[in-house]
Design a protein around this ligand. Structure first.
Ligand code: PEP
Ligand code: MN
Length: 358
């Protein structure tokens, strides 16, 4: 792919490169209040605001559309900010171009649809306006690459990918799981493609944003997109994950920027990749322990019903012996596994005791 380095089209006001602004443009006043406070931080390179909001359910705030594009052009003039909005179809794209938006982004719900991406790409022919492409909602790297290629095939060389995490079914601590190995693979395949991380949509809450932001930098990502609202509690969308400009400023000041020379970067990437694997293994481990606990509960109830004692020496000796043997066979420490089983057995007895005494 023929891609320009990001500092040729979006030079960083300060390190790291920060894109910030509210989830949605709600009113001129909201934009002015937010932009004014963000300007004072001196850390923002691009002001974001959604003017068409793709909402999961109807009857939510769906953005102010063209009216908000007028507000954004005022923000651009008054605060000398470059602006970016999300476009999801040809009409959005034409309007955004007409109102002088500086950078476009394609949202996660649009990246999943090659028809929509293609119609946007067709409108963009001959413009070379910068475009940022968010990853699709689900973990499909090829679909992400496909959308980037469609834009690139229209002659756009100012492109960045935005990593905003992936939807997974079931509860996790993230709103969208980061699955760091996917942007890492993207980087491996297209080293020249800038990747921005969006910790707001990954986290879904304020608390996780700092650690996600730091991890993105440690992985060598090129910048951060963070949602910021002058009064997050009153936000009409994504209220939980927006920081005040002041909070954003202090978060960014605390980020550690590691050296960018390639050997250091490789070390950071490798280490982070390994830690990521450990995180996933631990998640699996705890999920499996949960299943084990579930069965212990069933056994406890069954023993109670049939008046069988909780502790059975032979069964316990058998567990200890077979698990230690397996450990030895797999080449991990026998005594380590014995210790873990002592703890598991103790917990199993405690659970069954509770059941008996109910
Ligand atoms: C957004 O940036 O506000 C947005 C809608 O993001 P995403 O497409 O990542 O859900
Ligand atoms: Mn949002």
């Amino acid at each position: 792919m023929n891609i320009n380095s990001i500092n040729t089209w979006l030079p960083a006001t300060s390190e790291p490169l920060i894109i910030a602004g509210p989830c949605g443009a709600e009113s001129l006043e909201q934009l002015i209040n937010t932009a004014k406070n963000l300007k004072e931080t001196n850390k923002i390179s691009l002001f974001r605001a959604g003017v068409w909001k793709p909402r999961t359910r109807p009857n939510s705030f769906e953005g102010k559309g063209e009216e908000a594009l007028k507000w954004l052009s005022e923000i651009k003039k008054e605060f000398n900010f470059k602006t970016t909005v999300e476009v999801a179809n040809a009409q959005h794209t034409e309007l955004a171009l007409n109102y002088g938006v500086d950078v476009l982004w394609i949202g996660a719900r649009t990246t999943v649809n090659p028809f929509s991406v293609q119609e946007i790409a067709d409108v963009l022919k001959g413009t070379n306006i910068p475009v940022m492409v968010k990853n699709p909602i689900h973990a499909d790297l090829q679909l992400w690459i496909g959308a980037i290629e469609r834009i690139n095939n229209s002659g756009i060389t100012k492109i960045a990918a935005i990593h905003r995490g992936f939807y997974t079914y079931g509860k996790t601590k993230y709103r969208n799981k980061p699955l760091w190995q996917i942007p890492i693979e993207l980087r491996t395949l297209f080293p020249e493609l800038p990747i921005i991380c969006d910790p707001s949509h990954i986290s879904g809450n304020k608390e996780l944003i700092p650690s996600v932001a730091q991890k993105a930098l440690d992985l060598g990502m090129d910048g951060l997109m963070i949602e910021s609202h002058f009064n997050p509690d009153s936000a009409l969308s994504d209220a939980e994950q927006q920081l005040t400009p002041h909070q954003l400023n202090s978060l960014v000041s605390k980020l550690v920027i590691r050296k960018q020379n390639s050997s250091d970067n490789d070390v950071a990437i490798n280490l982070s990749e390994l830690r990521n694997i450990i995180d996933e293994i631990d998640e699996e481990l705890i999920t499996v322990l949960k299943k084990r606990t579930h069965i212990i509960n069933e056994i406890g109830a069954y023993k109670k019903k049939h008046q069988i004692t909780i502790f059975q020496l032979e069964r316990w000796q058998e567990i200890l012996r077979t698990r230690a043997q397996l450990a030895e066979k797999l080449g991990i420490s026998r005594s380590h596994i014995e210790k873990i089983y002592q703890v598991l057995h103790e917990e199993s007895i405690r659970i069954q005791n509770d059941i008996m005494n109910k």
